[in-house]
Design a protein around this ligand. Structure first.
Ligand code: ADP
Length: 368
Protein backbone atom coordinates (compact mmCIF):
# COMPACT_ATOMS: atom_id res chain seq x y z
CA UNK A 1 0.00 0.00 0.00
CA UNK A 2 1.29 3.48 -0.91
CA UNK A 3 0.55 6.10 1.71
CA UNK A 4 0.52 9.88 1.26
CA UNK A 5 1.42 10.51 4.87
CA UNK A 6 2.83 8.39 7.68
CA UNK A 7 3.71 9.30 11.23
CA UNK A 8 5.72 6.69 13.07
CA UNK A 9 6.22 7.08 16.82
CA UNK A 10 6.28 10.86 16.45
CA UNK A 11 6.96 12.95 19.55
CA UNK A 12 7.18 16.70 20.10
CA UNK A 13 8.62 18.22 23.24
CA UNK A 14 9.00 22.00 23.21
CA UNK A 15 12.21 23.62 24.45
CA UNK A 16 10.48 24.61 27.69
CA UNK A 17 9.87 20.89 28.36
CA UNK A 18 6.16 20.77 27.35
CA UNK A 19 5.41 17.30 25.93
CA UNK A 20 2.91 18.38 23.23
CA UNK A 21 2.70 15.19 21.14
CA UNK A 22 3.39 11.68 22.46
CA UNK A 23 3.92 8.66 20.21
CA UNK A 24 1.65 9.61 17.29
CA UNK A 25 1.17 6.84 14.69
CA UNK A 26 -0.96 6.94 11.55
CA UNK A 27 -0.93 5.83 7.89
CA UNK A 28 -2.98 8.11 5.64
CA UNK A 29 -4.06 6.92 2.19
CA UNK A 30 -4.07 9.18 -0.84
CA UNK A 31 -7.31 11.18 -1.05
CA UNK A 32 -8.31 10.61 2.56
CA UNK A 33 -9.93 13.40 4.55
CA UNK A 34 -8.50 13.21 8.09
CA UNK A 35 -9.55 15.40 11.03
CA UNK A 36 -7.57 15.94 14.23
CA UNK A 37 -10.17 16.50 16.93
CA UNK A 38 -9.73 17.24 20.61
CA UNK A 39 -9.87 19.92 23.30
CA UNK A 40 -7.67 22.98 23.20
CA UNK A 41 -4.03 22.22 23.95
CA UNK A 42 -4.17 18.49 23.10
CA UNK A 43 -1.51 18.77 20.37
CA UNK A 44 -3.52 19.07 17.13
CA UNK A 45 -1.83 22.19 15.75
CA UNK A 46 1.61 21.04 16.81
CA UNK A 47 1.11 17.83 14.82
CA UNK A 48 -0.10 19.78 11.78
CA UNK A 49 2.86 22.14 12.02
CA UNK A 50 5.27 19.20 12.18
CA UNK A 51 3.71 17.81 8.98
CA UNK A 52 4.06 21.20 7.27
CA UNK A 53 7.64 21.64 8.48
CA UNK A 54 6.96 24.81 10.50
CA UNK A 55 7.77 22.83 13.65
CA UNK A 56 10.58 20.30 14.16
CA UNK A 57 9.96 16.65 15.10
CA UNK A 58 11.62 15.77 18.42
CA UNK A 59 11.59 12.00 17.85
CA UNK A 60 10.13 9.56 15.32
CA UNK A 61 9.66 9.56 11.53
CA UNK A 62 7.48 11.69 9.30
CA UNK A 63 7.02 10.29 5.78
CA UNK A 64 5.31 11.87 2.79
CA UNK A 65 4.76 9.48 -0.12
CA UNK A 66 7.33 7.16 1.41
CA UNK A 67 10.08 9.81 1.80
CA UNK A 68 11.30 10.78 5.25
CA UNK A 69 10.85 14.56 5.44
CA UNK A 70 11.85 15.31 9.06
CA UNK A 71 14.72 17.52 7.89
CA UNK A 72 13.09 19.01 4.79
CA UNK A 73 12.24 22.74 4.74
CA UNK A 74 8.51 23.63 4.55
CA UNK A 75 8.81 25.07 1.03
CA UNK A 76 10.40 21.85 -0.21
CA UNK A 77 7.55 19.68 1.08
CA UNK A 78 4.60 18.81 -1.18
CA UNK A 79 2.21 20.33 1.37
CA UNK A 80 0.17 23.54 1.54
CA UNK A 81 -1.26 25.06 4.67
CA UNK A 82 -4.35 27.19 5.30
CA UNK A 83 -4.38 29.15 8.54
CA UNK A 84 -7.39 30.17 10.57
CA UNK A 85 -6.92 33.88 9.76
CA UNK A 86 -6.11 32.99 6.10
CA UNK A 87 -2.99 35.22 6.18
CA UNK A 88 -3.87 36.95 2.89
CA UNK A 89 -1.58 39.76 1.73
CA UNK A 90 -3.52 43.04 2.16
CA UNK A 91 -1.51 44.96 -0.44
CA UNK A 92 -2.22 42.41 -3.18
CA UNK A 93 -5.44 41.80 -5.10
CA UNK A 94 -7.10 38.38 -5.30
CA UNK A 95 -5.19 37.22 -8.37
CA UNK A 96 -1.82 38.33 -6.96
CA UNK A 97 -2.54 36.54 -3.69
CA UNK A 98 -3.37 33.32 -5.49
CA UNK A 99 -0.35 33.66 -7.76
CA UNK A 100 2.10 34.20 -4.92
CA UNK A 101 3.15 30.57 -4.35
CA UNK A 102 3.85 30.02 -8.05
CA UNK A 103 6.12 33.08 -8.14
CA UNK A 104 8.06 31.78 -5.16
CA UNK A 105 8.52 28.51 -7.04
CA UNK A 106 9.60 30.38 -10.19
CA UNK A 107 6.84 28.90 -12.36
CA UNK A 108 7.07 30.33 -15.95
CA UNK A 109 4.57 33.17 -16.60
CA UNK A 110 2.36 31.46 -19.19
CA UNK A 111 2.04 28.32 -17.09
CA UNK A 112 1.38 30.35 -13.94
CA UNK A 113 -1.33 32.42 -15.69
CA UNK A 114 -3.11 29.26 -16.80
CA UNK A 115 -2.96 27.67 -13.35
CA UNK A 116 -4.20 30.81 -11.60
CA UNK A 117 -7.10 31.21 -14.04
CA UNK A 118 -7.97 27.53 -13.67
CA UNK A 119 -8.19 27.59 -9.88
CA UNK A 120 -9.97 30.99 -9.79
CA UNK A 121 -12.60 29.54 -12.09
CA UNK A 122 -12.95 26.33 -10.08
CA UNK A 123 -13.54 28.31 -6.89
CA UNK A 124 -15.81 30.85 -8.57
CA UNK A 125 -13.43 33.76 -7.97
CA UNK A 126 -12.80 34.99 -11.54
CA UNK A 127 -15.40 37.77 -11.16
CA UNK A 128 -13.51 39.32 -8.23
CA UNK A 129 -9.95 38.52 -9.36
CA UNK A 130 -8.88 42.17 -9.56
CA UNK A 131 -10.35 43.34 -6.23
CA UNK A 132 -8.39 44.01 -3.06
CA UNK A 133 -8.87 41.15 -0.56
CA UNK A 134 -9.50 43.59 2.30
CA UNK A 135 -12.90 44.49 0.83
CA UNK A 136 -14.21 40.93 0.60
CA UNK A 137 -16.45 38.83 2.84
CA UNK A 138 -15.28 36.04 5.16
CA UNK A 139 -16.52 33.36 2.77
CA UNK A 140 -14.71 34.93 -0.19
CA UNK A 141 -11.50 35.30 1.79
CA UNK A 142 -11.78 31.66 2.77
CA UNK A 143 -12.03 30.62 -0.90
CA UNK A 144 -9.07 32.81 -1.83
CA UNK A 145 -7.00 31.12 0.86
CA UNK A 146 -8.07 27.75 -0.57
CA UNK A 147 -7.21 28.83 -4.13
CA UNK A 148 -3.82 30.10 -3.01
CA UNK A 149 -3.00 26.78 -1.34
CA UNK A 150 -4.29 24.61 -4.15
CA UNK A 151 -2.72 26.45 -7.09
CA UNK A 152 0.71 24.99 -6.23
CA UNK A 153 -0.83 21.49 -6.57
CA UNK A 154 0.17 20.05 -3.20
CA UNK A 155 -0.04 16.33 -2.44
CA UNK A 156 -1.45 17.17 0.99
CA UNK A 157 -3.51 20.17 2.05
CA UNK A 158 -3.24 21.07 5.74
CA UNK A 159 -6.03 23.14 7.28
CA UNK A 160 -5.76 24.68 10.74
CA UNK A 161 -9.33 25.45 11.95
CA UNK A 162 -10.07 27.06 8.57
CA UNK A 163 -13.76 27.60 9.32
CA UNK A 164 -13.22 28.93 12.84
CA UNK A 165 -13.69 32.58 11.88
CA UNK A 166 -16.97 32.08 9.99
CA UNK A 167 -20.53 32.34 11.32
CA UNK A 168 -22.59 29.15 11.66
CA UNK A 169 -24.52 29.38 8.37
CA UNK A 170 -21.51 30.19 6.25
CA UNK A 171 -19.60 27.44 8.01
CA UNK A 172 -22.17 24.87 6.89
CA UNK A 173 -22.14 25.94 3.27
CA UNK A 174 -18.33 26.12 3.13
CA UNK A 175 -18.14 22.68 4.77
CA UNK A 176 -20.14 21.29 1.85
CA UNK A 177 -17.98 23.10 -0.69
CA UNK A 178 -14.84 21.85 0.97
CA UNK A 179 -16.01 18.26 0.89
CA UNK A 180 -17.02 18.47 -2.80
CA UNK A 181 -13.76 20.15 -3.71
CA UNK A 182 -11.71 17.54 -1.89
CA UNK A 183 -13.60 14.76 -3.63
CA UNK A 184 -13.16 16.44 -6.98
CA UNK A 185 -9.41 17.03 -6.58
CA UNK A 186 -8.63 13.72 -4.88
CA UNK A 187 -6.01 15.45 -2.69
CA UNK A 188 -5.36 14.30 0.88
CA UNK A 189 -6.75 16.81 3.42
CA UNK A 190 -5.61 16.95 7.03
CA UNK A 191 -7.83 19.20 9.06
CA UNK A 192 -7.58 20.49 12.64
CA UNK A 193 -10.76 21.30 14.53
CA UNK A 194 -12.19 21.35 18.02
CA UNK A 195 -15.74 21.24 16.58
CA UNK A 196 -17.13 17.73 16.74
CA UNK A 197 -19.89 18.29 14.19
CA UNK A 198 -17.40 19.57 11.64
CA UNK A 199 -15.13 16.56 12.02
CA UNK A 200 -18.07 14.16 11.84
CA UNK A 201 -19.48 15.84 8.72
CA UNK A 202 -16.28 16.09 6.74
CA UNK A 203 -13.86 13.31 7.54
CA UNK A 204 -13.20 9.81 6.34
CA UNK A 205 -11.39 9.19 9.61
CA UNK A 206 -11.09 11.18 12.82
CA UNK A 207 -8.07 11.18 15.10
CA UNK A 208 -9.25 11.97 18.63
CA UNK A 209 -6.43 13.46 20.72
CA UNK A 210 -6.18 14.03 24.45
CA UNK A 211 -3.24 15.59 26.29
CA UNK A 212 -0.78 14.87 23.46
CA UNK A 213 -1.85 11.27 22.90
CA UNK A 214 -3.96 9.66 20.21
CA UNK A 215 -7.02 8.14 21.88
CA UNK A 216 -8.68 6.61 18.82
CA UNK A 217 -8.53 6.74 15.01
CA UNK A 218 -11.82 5.70 13.42
CA UNK A 219 -14.40 6.63 10.78
CA UNK A 220 -17.07 8.97 12.25
CA UNK A 221 -19.78 6.36 12.60
CA UNK A 222 -17.51 3.94 14.41
CA UNK A 223 -16.34 6.65 16.77
CA UNK A 224 -19.99 7.21 17.61
CA UNK A 225 -21.02 3.61 18.05
CA UNK A 226 -17.72 2.06 19.20
CA UNK A 227 -15.77 4.45 21.38
CA UNK A 228 -12.69 2.62 22.61
CA UNK A 229 -11.87 4.68 25.70
CA UNK A 230 -13.50 6.60 28.52
CA UNK A 231 -12.29 9.88 27.08
CA UNK A 232 -13.79 9.23 23.62
CA UNK A 233 -17.08 7.94 25.10
CA UNK A 234 -17.45 11.19 27.04
CA UNK A 235 -16.18 13.48 24.29
CA UNK A 236 -18.14 12.14 21.29
CA UNK A 237 -21.89 11.65 20.88
CA UNK A 238 -24.19 10.94 23.80
CA UNK A 239 -23.19 7.87 25.77
CA UNK A 240 -24.14 6.40 29.11
CA UNK A 241 -21.16 4.84 30.85
CA UNK A 242 -21.82 2.15 33.47
CA UNK A 243 -18.85 0.87 35.48
CA UNK A 244 -18.58 -2.72 36.71
CA UNK A 245 -16.39 -5.75 37.29
CA UNK A 246 -15.79 -8.39 34.61
CA UNK A 247 -17.69 -11.57 35.32
CA UNK A 248 -16.96 -13.37 32.07
CA UNK A 249 -15.68 -12.82 28.52
CA UNK A 250 -17.20 -15.22 26.02
CA UNK A 251 -17.12 -14.94 22.21
CA UNK A 252 -16.22 -11.24 22.47
CA UNK A 253 -19.22 -10.51 24.66
CA UNK A 254 -18.13 -9.28 28.08
CA UNK A 255 -20.50 -9.47 31.03
CA UNK A 256 -19.99 -7.06 33.91
CA UNK A 257 -21.35 -7.14 37.42
CA UNK A 258 -22.77 -3.61 37.89
CA UNK A 259 -24.97 -1.60 40.22
CA UNK A 260 -27.83 -2.56 37.87
CA UNK A 261 -27.08 -6.29 37.84
CA UNK A 262 -25.33 -8.30 35.11
CA UNK A 263 -24.95 -6.27 31.91
CA UNK A 264 -23.15 -7.16 28.66
CA UNK A 265 -21.51 -5.41 25.77
CA UNK A 266 -19.29 -6.38 22.89
CA UNK A 267 -15.53 -6.21 23.17
CA UNK A 268 -14.87 -4.67 19.75
CA UNK A 269 -11.87 -2.68 20.82
CA UNK A 270 -10.23 -5.99 21.76
CA UNK A 271 -9.39 -5.00 25.34
CA UNK A 272 -8.15 -7.84 27.50
CA UNK A 273 -10.96 -8.74 29.89
CA UNK A 274 -10.26 -11.14 32.75
CA UNK A 275 -12.63 -11.93 35.57
CA UNK A 276 -12.33 -9.28 38.27
CA UNK A 277 -11.05 -6.48 35.93
CA UNK A 278 -12.65 -3.08 36.31
CA UNK A 279 -14.35 -2.16 33.01
CA UNK A 280 -17.32 -0.08 31.85
CA UNK A 281 -20.19 -0.55 29.44
CA UNK A 282 -20.82 2.28 26.97
CA UNK A 283 -24.39 2.68 25.72
CA UNK A 284 -24.78 5.05 22.77
CA UNK A 285 -28.11 6.94 23.04
CA UNK A 286 -29.22 5.56 19.69
CA UNK A 287 -28.47 1.95 20.65
CA UNK A 288 -30.92 1.68 23.53
CA UNK A 289 -34.58 0.71 23.44
CA UNK A 290 -37.27 1.62 25.93
CA UNK A 291 -39.64 -1.26 26.64
CA UNK A 292 -42.84 -0.56 28.64
CA UNK A 293 -42.65 -2.44 31.94
CA UNK A 294 -45.94 -4.26 31.29
CA UNK A 295 -44.36 -6.24 28.45
CA UNK A 296 -43.99 -9.93 29.34
CA UNK A 297 -40.68 -10.47 31.20
CA UNK A 298 -39.92 -13.65 29.23
CA UNK A 299 -40.17 -11.71 25.97
CA UNK A 300 -37.86 -8.98 27.23
CA UNK A 301 -35.37 -11.61 28.34
CA UNK A 302 -35.56 -13.36 24.96
CA UNK A 303 -34.84 -10.11 23.13
CA UNK A 304 -32.27 -8.51 25.41
CA UNK A 305 -30.96 -11.15 27.85
CA UNK A 306 -30.13 -9.48 31.15
CA UNK A 307 -29.42 -6.11 29.50
CA UNK A 308 -32.27 -4.24 31.12
CA UNK A 309 -32.38 -1.41 33.62
CA UNK A 310 -35.58 -0.36 35.30
CA UNK A 311 -36.32 3.35 34.81
CA UNK A 312 -38.99 6.05 35.08
CA UNK A 313 -39.94 8.32 32.18
CA UNK A 314 -39.32 11.76 33.65
CA UNK A 315 -40.31 13.79 30.58
CA UNK A 316 -41.22 13.22 26.98
CA UNK A 317 -41.96 15.39 23.98
CA UNK A 318 -42.66 14.80 20.32
CA UNK A 319 -40.54 16.76 17.87
CA UNK A 320 -41.73 16.04 14.32
CA UNK A 321 -41.41 12.29 13.90
CA UNK A 322 -39.09 11.84 16.89
CA UNK A 323 -40.07 11.21 20.48
CA UNK A 324 -37.52 12.64 22.89
CA UNK A 325 -37.49 11.28 26.41
CA UNK A 326 -35.58 11.89 29.59
CA UNK A 327 -35.49 8.80 31.80
CA UNK A 328 -34.34 8.39 35.37
CA UNK A 329 -32.45 5.26 36.42
CA UNK A 330 -32.77 3.67 39.84
CA UNK A 331 -29.60 5.41 41.02
CA UNK A 332 -31.08 8.81 40.14
CA UNK A 333 -29.01 9.28 36.97
CA UNK A 334 -30.92 10.98 34.14
CA UNK A 335 -30.38 10.18 30.51
CA UNK A 336 -31.76 11.11 27.10
CA UNK A 337 -33.34 8.51 24.84
CA UNK A 338 -35.05 9.12 21.55
CA UNK A 339 -36.78 7.07 18.89
CA UNK A 340 -39.35 7.15 16.12
CA UNK A 341 -42.75 8.34 17.26
CA UNK A 342 -44.52 5.33 15.72
CA UNK A 343 -42.51 3.02 17.93
CA UNK A 344 -43.20 4.75 21.24
CA UNK A 345 -46.49 6.67 20.95
CA UNK A 346 -49.30 5.11 23.02
CA UNK A 347 -46.79 2.80 24.72
CA UNK A 348 -44.92 5.20 26.99
CA UNK A 349 -46.12 8.15 29.00
CA UNK A 350 -44.53 10.69 31.33
CA UNK A 351 -44.36 9.33 34.88
CA UNK A 352 -44.66 5.73 33.66
CA UNK A 353 -42.04 3.03 34.14
CA UNK A 354 -40.09 1.13 31.52
CA UNK A 355 -36.96 -0.91 30.92
CA UNK A 356 -33.95 0.56 29.24
CA UNK A 357 -32.77 -2.36 27.13
CA UNK A 358 -30.14 -3.17 24.52
CA UNK A 359 -28.66 -6.08 22.64
CA UNK A 360 -25.11 -6.93 23.75
CA UNK A 361 -23.75 -6.25 20.25
CA UNK A 362 -24.96 -2.62 20.37
CA UNK A 363 -22.99 -1.74 23.51
CA UNK A 364 -19.21 -1.63 23.89
CA UNK A 365 -17.03 -2.45 26.86
CA UNK A 366 -13.99 -0.25 27.59
CA UNK A 367 -11.32 -0.13 30.26
CA UNK A 368 -12.46 1.91 33.24
P1 ADP B 1 -4.11 22.34 20.08
O1 ADP B 1 -3.82 22.68 18.66
O2 ADP B 1 -4.72 20.98 20.23
O3 ADP B 1 -4.91 23.39 20.78
P2 ADP B 1 -1.29 22.77 20.49
O4 ADP B 1 -0.63 21.84 19.54
O5 ADP B 1 -1.37 24.21 20.07
O6 ADP B 1 -2.73 22.23 20.87
O7 ADP B 1 -0.53 22.74 21.89
C1 ADP B 1 -0.18 21.52 22.55
C2 ADP B 1 0.61 21.85 23.81
O8 ADP B 1 1.86 22.45 23.46
C3 ADP B 1 -0.08 22.85 24.73
O9 ADP B 1 0.25 22.49 26.06
C4 ADP B 1 0.55 24.17 24.35
O10 ADP B 1 0.51 25.07 25.43
C5 ADP B 1 1.97 23.75 24.03
N1 ADP B 1 2.60 24.61 23.01
C6 ADP B 1 2.13 24.92 21.79
N2 ADP B 1 2.99 25.70 21.11
C7 ADP B 1 4.06 25.89 21.93
C8 ADP B 1 5.31 26.61 21.81
N3 ADP B 1 5.63 27.27 20.69
N4 ADP B 1 6.14 26.56 22.86
C9 ADP B 1 5.84 25.89 24.00
N5 ADP B 1 4.70 25.19 24.17
C10 ADP B 1 3.81 25.19 23.16
Amino acid sequence: MDYDLQLRNVYKTYDNGTPAVIDFNIDVEKGEFIAFLGPSGCGKSTTLRMISGFETVTKGDLLIRGNRVNDQLPEKRPTSMIFQNYALFPHMNVRQNVRFGLEVKGTPKVEADAKVDGILEKLDLLGIADLATTRLSGGQRQRIALARSLVVEPDILLLDEPLGALDANLRKSIQNELKLLQHDLGITFVFVTHAQSEALALSDRIVVMNAGRVEQISPPRELYTRPSSNFVARFIGSNTIIPGTVQRDKDDVVTLDTAFGLLSGSNRAGHSASAGDKMSIVLPAEAVDLVPSDVDAAKIRADFGSNTIHCTIARLQIVGHIMQMVVQLENGEMLDVEGHVDKYRDRLKAGGTAFLAWRSAAATVIDS
